[in-house]
Design a protein around this ligand. Sequence first.
Ligand code: NDP
Length: 245
Amino acid sequence: MADSTDSKIILITGASSGIGAATARRLAADGHHVVLGARRVDRLAALVDELRAAGGAADHHELDVTSRDSMLSFVKAAHDRHGRVDVLINNAGVMALSTLDALRVHEWEQMVEVNLLGTLYGIAAALPLMRARGTGHIINIGSTAAYRVDATAAVYCATKYAVRALTEGLRQESRDVRVTLVSPGYTHSELTEHGGSPEVRAAAHAAAQELGMPASAVADAIAYAIAQPDSVDVNDITMRSTVQG
Ligand code: NDP
């Protein structure tokens, strides 16, 4: 069985920007082989080139986490190529902020499909492989929105509360596979650049710029959880920039 000093095969969803890309950089620098998934494959290819030029090991695969088939193909391709999947980081996410009475129902569906169903599809694809080996690590990216509800964020919070609940349930069911929830506060990324009511999005973007942590801080927390020995499961990491309060 691998110990914490071994190079691991680590799959990252939503690796084309923000926290996922920062995590790829950190874990590749730590000597792991990272497999990057997202829809924008041009971004993934450029990041793979960057990581390899720095001496890292990386490859990429197109991934839409809202499709169970796409997720299965992402995980299977990595397993076929490397013979194992040591860690899956379910990071892909979207946040479209608006009041419920704005009825942006398509965005509600998108948040449920990406944040919640995408995480479940990742578990469905990787867990059987990890159970068969008797080892593995699933890391889900939650949020401080998994602990506190704010106006305009009801649906986003609902998806993150749900991710927190299913992560805890998976942890309780697992004696072989490690399970970690990483819940950041405001973090510099592209999250507030898409979706939601324009005025709410602008306010959230300004707050994230002013109060946010660098995405590398979240990557460091993820690297910490992975670096523990297989016998130690870091369950929850909640983190904010100091100035967020
Ligand atoms: P970004 O917008 O920078 O990154 C989001 C990533 O998700 C992108 O790589 C995007 O790739 C991917 N993604 C979106 N939809 C899909 C899809 N259908 N299939 C595959 N990948 C998809 O935001 P962050 O880095 O901030 O977000 C990462 C995670 O961190 C999310 O789960 C978010 O909720 C969480 N988070 C972020 C916080 C913040 O303040 N930034 C705070 C707390 C949690 P592509 O478009 O190429 O498919």
